[in-house]
Design a protein around this ligand. Sequence first.
Ligand SMILES: Cc1cc2nc3c(=O)[nH]c(=O)nc-3n(C[C@H](O)[C@H](O)[C@H](O)COP(=O)(O)OP(=O)(O)OC[C@H]3O[C@@H](n4cnc5c(N)ncnc54)[C@H](O)[C@@H]3O)c2cc1C
Length: 403
Amino acid sequence: MMTARTPEHSQKNRRENISMSPDVAVVGGSAAGFFTAFLLAREGMPVRVFEQSETLDPEARTLIVTSRMKDLLQDAGSASIVNEIRKFELFTDGRAATISLDRPDLIIERAKLIRSLAERAQESGAKIDFARKFRSLAPDANGITLEMQRPGKETAETLSTRVVVGGDGAASRVAQSAGWPKLETVPLVQAIVPLPKDMTPDTVRVWFVPDDTPYFYWLIPESADRGALGLIGEAGSEARKHLEAFLLKRKLEAISFQGARIPVYRSWVPVRKKLGGGSIFLVGDAAAQVKVSTVGGIVTGLRGAAGVAEAILRGGSSAELRQLRRELDLHLLVRRAMHRFTQDDYSRLVDSLNAPAKRSLSRYSRDEALKVLWRVCVSQPRLILMGLRGLLTGGRFSSRADS
Ligand SMILES: Cc1cc2nc3c(=O)[nH]c(=O)nc-3n(C[C@H](O)[C@H](O)[C@H](O)COP(=O)(O)OP(=O)(O)OC[C@H]3O[C@@H](n4cnc5c(N)ncnc54)[C@H](O)[C@@H]3O)c2cc1C
């Protein structure tokens, strides 16, 4: 995705594009916002990022992503990688299955990723304004006027631009101001814990406990002696209670907790709206660009950013956005199929993972949903029947519940 450019090359592009390109205001200085800013600024567009925090001090979070992040960011993501994962162990009611990964998953530290993307954006010419909280937007003669609030200042600042990119997270104020419907969210909580003695740092553990969560628990090693144990819940206080009980059961003591609400992908969120003579785009969590099967939003948010940058640069169309939509829809299908799985269903699932099915799971990552689904189902047709049954009884995720 990131191609090396000589200084002459980027200067030439900058000069050529500035006269034709609209100014871009990105709201939200985090992974998706900074990556969009970088991709546009390196093509010579004048870009400003407005972030509400007073300094670049993002909350630390231990995250797991597929190696697709490397393809998207190349060396810009390297500084954030703290560990590599070569195996997954799946547990359900006394049964277990191990999946090896051909290309290791990456454990990354979110704050480092955001800092390094901010640096890349700045090096490419984007300007970052901290302590600017976006309040509202309205059409004006040239495009769109944004209103920002600075801490301690009574009067709001205004700015006119032709393109606004909302990268301001799950509760996006940009989306709300522009009339997008509010996103449904779920709580994600995790505890940093000492790594249990029987675990190796290259292996992630996943437990399916449907009485506690329709998703799963995970323990992700971030180093040889620490890991992040967490779950996705449906209600905030319940999720925290379940996590604490699970920690107690495993005799693990939390060193610290991390958590926030994550948007639930229910259907594709159109990423562009026109307002007056300008356009508003959404990227990352603001557009629910999250795989709802596992609730991972980093890779898909970066892909959303790449797609929106492509759409802005090409004046509307983006192959990346079309592919991302297909990917997110497939994850929704998987979530629908599994959302009301019982403990017996998970046991049958783990028992069904024959050697060819495991091979496909080793070979393709969860950022290649079509390949995984196709190969796994061909290897083990019983899974199609389980999936179909799940689709008919998928509770709030079933097609019937949506209508
Ligand atoms: C505990 C936890 C663990 C997770 N684990 C994983 C994982 O393992 N793998 C994975 O892929 N994903 C994971 N996720 C999800 C992932 O972190 C998010 O999908 C991703 O970080 C979203 O990035 P973003 O840039 O879209 O939004 P955010 O990171 O939410 O950034 C939004 C930015 O906008 C700013 N902002 C908000 N409002 C305004 C405003 N009005 N004006 C100006 N600025 C504003 C905020 O300050 C922030 O900087 C996890 C999430 C949590 C909470």
